[in-house]
Design a protein around this ligand. Structure first.
Ligand code: T5A
Length: 221
């Protein structure tokens, strides 16, 4: 089984749903499994996540946004991901470097070469063995996010943002922004077909799970 697997895609494509379903399959391999995400997997990351996602954060420049995601990732790699991989654990991570390339590169228009080089710097060159890209039409994905926000106002067991039924700073962006990001992810996958598996996220959650499992088995054999 690959040691370091990431799940990527636009918001609402079903990454968190797949991440928790996939955890049971990965655990069956008898290896330690670390389930993690970006931003927000460390103490520092949780503070940065609040700043990055809160709709109350106004006028954050694209460069400042990039640096906050990079700070989150640098801490995450050093504190969580690298030690886990060195222990022989399987790391399943919801978003990583390819989110920066898609959002800050294709979404915000920052220079791709500079983004690659900064990503390389903050991760010490650590790249995932496998990327599961959940591909979904942005209108459908944002519709899912909207429905979830409406439902979450009734639930107590959720984060502050979700508790208020709020749509976060990225989810508030235009459909055009999300379309650029979806296209960006597809371009990244096309450029790196060995690493990426594209999964049709319009299918029901169990079909998405079984496609992901088949892809992992295919690279494990
Ligand atoms: N970001 C992040 C950057 O700009 N640069 C970076 O470098 C990084 C790391 C993170 C934000 O930060 C940006 C990207 C993001 O905008 P987040 O809260 O972590 O924000 O947001 P997301 O990762 O986008 O998480 P979401 O929870 O919004 O989306 P998911 O995890 O893709 O979707 P999920 O699983 O929660 O599902 C959404 C809804 O759809 C349903 C679920 O039940 C849920 O209600 N659903 C399905 N419905 C039908 N069919 C399916 N197959 C379904 N799967 C799930």
């Amino acid at each position: 089984m690959p040691g370091f697997i990431t799940i990527e895609g636009i918001e609402g494509s079903g990454k968190s749903t797949l991440r928790s379903k996939l955890a049971d399959f990965v655990r069956s391999s008898d290896r330690e499994v670390i389930i993690t995400r970006e931003p927000g997997a460390t103490d520092l990351g949780r503070s940065l996540r609040n700043i990055l996602l809160s709709p109350e954060t106004k006028n954050l420049s694209s460069h400042a946004e990039l640096m906050l995601f990079c700070a989150d990732r640098a801490q995450h790699v050093e504190e969580v991901i690298r030690p886990a991989l060195e222990r022989g654990a399987v790391v399943l991570c919801d978003r990583y470097v390819h989110s920066t390339l898609a959002y800050q590169g294709y979404g915000r228009g920052l220079d791709m070469e500079i983004l690659s080089s900064i990503s390389n710097f903050v991760t010490g060159g650590l790249m995932p063995d496998m990327v599961l890209l959940l591909d979904l039409d942005p209108a459908e994905a944002l519709g899912r996010v909207q429905t979830r926000a409406e439902k979450s106002t009734l639930s107590f067991n959720v984060s502050r943002l979700e508790q208020q039924g709020e749509i976060d700073r990225f989810e508030q962006q235009s459909l055009e922004f999300h379309t650029r990001i979806r296209d960006g992810f597809l371009k990244l996958a096309e450029e790196d077909p060995q690493r990426f598996t594209i999964i049709d996220a319009a299918n029901d959650p169990d079909s998405v799970l079984s496609e992901a499992i088949s892809a992992i088995k295919a690279v494990s054999s």
